[in-house]
Design a protein around this ligand. Sequence first.
Ligand code: ADP
Length: 487
Amino acid sequence: MTNEREATIIEQVHTGVCIGGEWRAASTGRSFAVVDPATEQKLTDVADAGSEDALAALEVADSTQASWAAVPPRERGEILRRAFELLNARADEIAMLITLEMGKPLAEARGEVTYGAEFFRWFAEEAVRSHGEYRVAPDGASRFLTMKQPVGPSLLITPWNFPLAMGTRKIGAALAAGCTCILKPAQQTPLTSLLLADVLTEAGLPSGVLSVLPTSDAGAISEPLMSDRRMRKVSFTGSTGVGRILLRQAADNIMRSSMELGGNAPFLVFADADLDAAVDGAMVAKMRNGGESCVAANRFFVQAEVAEEFTRRLAERMAGMSVGPGTQEGVTVGPLIDEKQQDKVVELVDDAIGRGASVVTGGGKAEGAGYFYNPTVLRGVTTDARMQREEVFGPVAPVYEFTTEEEALAAANDTEYGLVGYVYTSDLKRGFRVSEGLETGMVGLNRGLVSNPAAPFGGVKASGLGREGGFEGIEEYQITKYVGLDV
Ligand code: ADP
């Protein structure tokens, strides 16, 4: 049950389909329920968009593309800047909405609003700093001008784990570059994206530039769009499996693609590390968002000399966390997103235990309503355990021991994924060596948090293609055109 304040926040959200800023009923005539993962109760119903809505959104995106691209960069930036301010002004209310539909504790949801809004500030600044070059041909006979132009209408598909920030990270870059866009949020968490559409309208975004399509049938939206030549770009954050499907579809249409996919992050602790800092970093890398993050530390490799001590301290901290509904004061671990995710965590932990791992703390789901799982530390997880290869996406920390740096690096890289790796050491040379040796797009060196709107976020190997945020983020939505000229 929601209380009065929570009910008011939900009632304020438009629950229709947003086509270029206009609100409509879904063409399917259907709706679907959004559920609070802490109570398993319905929060509200939302319009269930289908392929007709998708094509209507594309029609609007395509016909608005030229006029949006012609809006001066400063004006585009100012819209983003106003949206940044509006998000911060409404931070408490938006944080509550995130907590209600996604489950994370309110303090973390508040953090997500700050982080998510920051993408708009960053890209407001990037919008006016994006330019081409004047080059001299090597033989001196001609000159090259390069210019950056928007790639065109962009399809943005986001996951449920950061309902605000995954949207702003894509929308901010797309709008700054001058692209119109269609956002398809995750089925579990459409409310924050619908509210975001309203915030952008209030910030002055012209009609036609952004559509938001909530749906229970992702394929009904993505398939017609991915095969339409007017759709020029797809940016996806989610599982590697769905990323592969989208890349296959993008191949047929030769569509620009950015893919932020799964991770299996190693967290390396060397015996020379500052152990207090390593445990603090481990808690952030593991437990931010309850472990439901693609950058969550999934495998802890600890040098034998400090393995006992590190595990003891980590387990103490994990056991001291307070599991409960994110709306409750003092709660530090909310529920998992749904029953499917809860079942997966149960399966992976049971599989590891069945193969010989021992439980240091936790090891089971919490009883009662809500998709809760207790913070867990495991030791002696065998190399054939599924959690060595699969993302847990939950509050589970398996600790493995190693002896040499070479062995640690080989184990860390022994995965199809390559999003981020964390390294704790006091040896500067080792820190750089291991950072260079990790097959990942990002490294946290004596740091458990790498996400920052001003830094290029992204992976290698099966973790994806392209970068979001940083100077690189806007380029994902731009083409470089070159003009050759005689002088
Ligand atoms: P998760 O398993 O974490 O939910 P998914 O990759 O399934 O991750 O979901 C991420 C996003 O991809 C969500 O918005 C989801 O609706 C969307 N999605 C799922 N299947 C497809 C598909 N076949 N085509 C396009 N988008 C999809």
